[in-house]
Design a protein around this ligand. Structure first.
Ligand SMILES: C[S@@+](CC[C@H](N)C(=O)[O-])C[C@H]1O[C@@H](n2cnc3c(N)ncnc32)[C@H](O)[C@@H]1O
Length: 263
């Protein structure tokens, strides 16, 4: 997403402390800076002293990211550990904890699960608005000692298009990650009630025009051991490319493209 103004986003800053940050963000992304909410903007990025959240004026709800509370913490405690489908798809086994490049960070739900299972992970997000939410979540989490082990093992968030990031890494001859993970926006559903509110907001922010096909091609040239693509259970494969194997859960399928055996 290069032109945020197309989706009518404004930034609303309620914080003196974040005034400079909000101003710089608006200048960089050519967005209006307000000091109170204005319903003419369907999406509003709200800067508070600590929290930054994305408010959807049509749904009258906000999304923000918290690595230490709510859904993320719950999944860390009760999510099923290395037995859950995503962990199997990435190739986690006893004694095997691969490094991961998550090319479609989004709200970092998947990345955080992998991080809590011990994977050093780099997240790449091309939307400046989502990157702002992610960066703020990381800023708040790093104030808490509980997050220390995850920081230590490696949890980096990059604001860039993942195709560009991969090309850059290759041209600098950087070591490849063991696994590259791709979770493109799902194809549009007719019944929007079926889509969770946070995903509805993401869809409003991005639409569905992901370039996931080129991401798969690039990832296959860079990953050391495998590329994993998350798809809806019955969706077609990316680029109509047959995976080596799949791991299925009720609504989701992980297509695994093997490059080298996970030892
Ligand atoms: C379905 S969401 C990912 C959700 C994420 N797995 C989670 O658990 O929250 C897809 C995200 O990928 C981002 N994205 C899509 N293509 C990208 C690309 N080429 N480079 C970086 N980010 C990309 C979109 O901006 C969007 O935030």
């Amino acid at each position: 997403m290069s032109d945020l103004t197309e989706t009518s986003i404004a930034v609303v800053c309620f914080s003196n402390f974040r005034q400079q940050q909000a101003k710089a963000f608006c200048q960089l992304n050519k967005l209006p800076l307000l000091n109170k909410k204005d319903s003419q903007y369907p999406l509003q990025l709200l800067f508070h002293d600590d929290l930054i959240e994305l408010f959807d004026s049509q749904l009258n709800t906000s999304i923000s990211i918290d690595f230490l509370k709510g859904a993320m913490a719950h999944r860390q405690q009760f999510g099923g550990g290395r037995g859950q489908a995503i962990a199997k798809a990435i190739g986690l086994k006893s004694g095997i904890t691969p490094t991961v490049l998550d090319t479609t960070a989004g709200l970092a739900g998947d990345a955080f699960v992998l991080a809590t299972l011990g994977c050093p992970i780099t997240l790449v997000e091309r939307s400046p608005v989502l990157f702002c939410l992610l960066d703020n979540a990381l800023e708040r989490a790093t104030l808490n000692a509980v997050f220390e082990p995850i920081s230590q093992q490696g949890f980096r968030i990059i604001s860039q298009d993942a195709n560009d990031y991969i090309n850059e890494q290759q041209s600098k001859q950087q070591p490849p990650p063991d696994v590259i993970y791709i979770d493109p926006m799902y194809p549009e559903r007719k019944k929007s009630a079926l889509v969770k509110k946070d995903m509805q907001i993401l869809q409003r922010l991005h639409g569905h025009n992901d370039d996931a096909g080129s991401l798969l091609n690039n990832a296959l040239l860079f990953a050391k051991k495998r590329v994993v693509v998350k798809r809806p259970a019955h969706a077609e494969t990316l680029n109509e490319k047959k995976p080596n194997t799949c791991i299925k859960s009720k609504k989701t399928r992980y297509d695994i493209y093997t490059i080298e055996k996970m030892l």
